[in-house]
Design a protein around this ligand. Sequence first.
Ligand code: SF4
Length: 362
Amino acid sequence: MAWVIMEELPLGALRVRGWSKGCDLCWKGAKLVLFVTGKCPLYDSCPYCTISSWRRDKDLVMVDENPAKEDDDIIKEAELISALGAGITGGEPSMVPYRVAHYVKMLKDRFGREFHIHMYTNAWGINEDILKLLIEAGLDEIRFHVWDRRSWDKIKLAIDMGFYVGAEMPSIPGEKWIRSLKELASYLDKIDADFMNLNELEFTPSNRERLLSMGFKPKPDSEVAVLGSRETAMEILRFIERETSIMGYFCPALQKEYQVRMRWSRRASKVAREYEVPTDEGTLIYGEIQGPKEALLYLYTKYGGRLSEGKLLMDAYTFQEIASEIKSLGLMGKLIEVMPTDDRKVLQVFPLDFILRESSTE
Ligand code: SF4
């Protein structure tokens, strides 16, 4: 057998023999993230689960960072990020199979057969009938997250039914986990599955205490990654390279942030209001001025913008150019950087004095 060299990708990602179409689109920020329910029967079994407490056990639907109250919210978001596919996640999507089938069909009807849709599952509700429902709806790919061997035959069932199939597992340091991951990789190879993805184990507010109590430590150069997770993934990928014919891929914790930024970049220019400027980081930035109405009206007449709730909002470039004038009129001002999401969550605020100081040192 020819040796396949493990490939190093940006942000420390690694792959052996390639990756699934779903991963390719995810790196481009072209995958819609469709969270179909916060319910999952395994919350007590997965100490590393990253689902935040406000979503946990709640039967809610989210599309990217926004709540999806209606089908149209999902279609609209897909259009805003020019999505080329969707990843269906939860909670456990197989707890709401008819909901999943409905969304898959809806997205395929709207965006065409090429719109690539993958679904994550811990196999809980997977059986022949559900797989039939999902393949008829148009689901392309299933990623299994299963430690329990008793569920492994469901992976084979999905392959037999015609899905593109792989496993997506956390890369957990420690003998027992490594042994299980190698056994799963061998099984995937035996049944002709397509790939095994390993996610860097990460600390989140929801799992931090549990992971620390299990002895896991943060990686010194990272805010979220667990020490040893990447090395574990490298060991498994070497095993995959040597002992199997499947594809192997390591997804670093940093990729999540990167993926969100890529999605924001696709969204920002489409949702920017007339006073918001898209940045290279995929965020939006604008100036906000407050003070006496007459002074705001004066600036509005002279430079434009939008008057809203006693404030003058204007594009960041104009704001920077007239910063001294704003100050001389005795007005308060700041530049505000926000996420390009519907709620425009604030990321950073730059006060007027800071802008003036920066421009005087340029
Ligand atoms: S199966 Fe997934 S959603 Fe459910 S508890 Fe485990 S990691 Fe969390």
